[in-house]
Design a protein around this ligand. Structure first.
Ligand SMILES: [Zn+2]
Length: 292
């Protein structure tokens, strides 16, 4: 089944919620970047959260999440938009450690805890919103929660999880975001806090094969919420040979002449999806004539 996310309202519309099944999306990232399990979990959690943050946007708006925790994985960079398209990479995809004391992939150790999580939203008309918070956990779910609470000032709870098979492929991935609307009554806040304290960790819910709808039912109770929208989610990159051609042209005559003289070819690499584009000598010559 393809990935999707749902938007929901709960507790008489006082609570806004999102839940995602991102297994195929994270699996695509794993295959493209050859990530090892701990790196897969870190990238997959960031991808799942970013896809849900994208669902909070409208139209052509998009966002970039950058996590720089100072750990061995290096930088985690993920792009998302309002259409459910997401793409991302990490500096060191072959990062893996033994399981932590809870028997889980040690995402905190890979990500590090000395650094920042930043979000840049392109909200259209050359208008940008930027928010940055220190890494508080390194496990990423709590870090996204801290970002939403501190930077966007919306009381929120984020849960994201990724399960990896022994052969490094992705078994399952998913998550949720719960947000309290202004004026949520104390009774509701208490009820949700209690539920969040009682439910199994998100990784367990995913392992049980719960759908996004079922994850939210687990949190709110089936009679206490309504799904208002469902949208597909996928790993989608915007790169193309055309785009790289334009980038090469913009380098100018001298650079292109130099490429032809030195290598007689050029290879362009997209960090986001790990796709490589080869330009032959004759293709470079054609770009050179366009650059002139
Ligand atoms: Zn790409």
């Amino acid at each position: 089944m393809s990935d999707y996310l749902v938007k929901a309202l709960a507790f008489n519309d006082q609570v806004r919620a999102y839940a995602i099944k991102s297994t195929e999306t994270v699996a695509e990232a794993q295959r493209r970047h050859y990530t090892w399990p701990t790196a897969s979990a870190a990238l997959g959690r960031a991808i799942s959260a970013t896809a849900m943050l994208g669902a909070l946007l409208k139209g052509d708006q998009k966002l970039t999440v950058k996590i720089d925790g100072g750990g061995p994985i290096g930088l985690i960079l993920v792009d998302g938009n309002a259409k459910g398209e997401v793409r991302g990479y990490v500096t060191n995809p072959q990062t893996h450690f033994d399981l932590n004391e809870h028997g889980k992939l040690d995402v905190r150790r890979a990500v590090g805890t000395e650094g920042t999580l930043s979000v840049v939203k392109d909200i259209g008309m050359r208008d940008y919103f930027t928010g940055q918070v220190p890494i508080v956990s390194g496990e990423l779910g709590e870090d996204f929660t801290y970002y939403l609470v501190t930077s966007e000032q919306v009381p929120s709870s984020v849960g994201v999880g990724v399960l990896v098979n022994p052969d490094n492929s992705i078994l399952a991935a998913g998550g949720f975001i719960i947000q309290l609307m202004p004026g949520t009554d104390d009774e509701t806040i208490t009820a949700i806090e209690k539920r969040l304290g009682e439910i199994p960790p998100i990784s367990k819910l995913i392992q049980k094969g719960l759908s996004p709808e079922q994850i939210l039912e687990e949190i709110f109770g089936a009679n206490n919420m309504k799904i208002i929208e469902k949208m597909p989610v996928s790993f989608t990159c915007t790169c193309s040979k055309d785009r790289f051609s334009n980038a090469i042209i913009s380098l100018g005559n001298d650079e292109i002449e130099d490429m032809i003289a030195t290598d007689e070819k050029a290879e362009a690499h997209c960090h986001f999806c790990n796709e490589k584009y080869l330009f032959t000598k004759s293709e470079l010559e054609a770009l050179l004539s366009e650059a002139r």
